[in-house]
Design a protein around this ligand. Sequence first.
Ligand code: AMP
Length: 207
Amino acid sequence: MILVGPPGAGKGTQAARLVDKYRILHISSGDMLRAAVKEGTALGIEADLFMKAGKLVPDEVVIGMILERIAKPDCANGFMLDGFPRTRPQAEALDAAMLRAGFKIDNVVLIEVPDALLEERACGRRTDPETGTIYHLKYNPPPVEVASRLVHRKDDTVEAVTTRVQKYHSETAPIVPFYEAHGILKRVDGVGDPDVITQRITKVLGA
Ligand code: AMP
């Protein structure tokens, strides 16, 4: 399955809960790119400039990275893509690769959140590098014992989030009609308590 939504929609938070529930692998293109940046690989060095500015990393880089990942044996029992595809060419490349591999995309969940809420959600976000838990300074405050090790993403600034939201509308929104035409798109209201949103998602996914 695929999780789609603007920056700050709660994809990462929901993905962590859903992969637990459905026992499938979580593949986040953003996490993979951040790991490559940290390791200083050639891919990471190239991606870093785009990411810092809130721009999309070029299709050929991300497509290669994800197709290579989902071809690994641990993906054979199902996986959840979070943050990929983010452009129409990415969606088409994924479709072709899935077809070649004899796999099928069952569900695409679109988490919908109005633009007005995204900046505050993204800028207040902090991640625990040890557990991967995502907190929000106001809406889901971290416990004091982890506060000193939390990470504020370089692209969770007002400037970068503004660009990311614009890119979402111009580049990513066009994948919605693509999956709608395939009959696999499920829309979920992403405003509210994270537990309630998890319930909404599991409801649209069925048993
Ligand atoms: P995320 O963690 O999903 O918010 O992604 C963080 C950043 O990584 C994005 O703002 C992009 O710069 C880059 N990125 C992640 N996934 C993709 C993708 N599918 N296509 C292009 N860039 C991506």
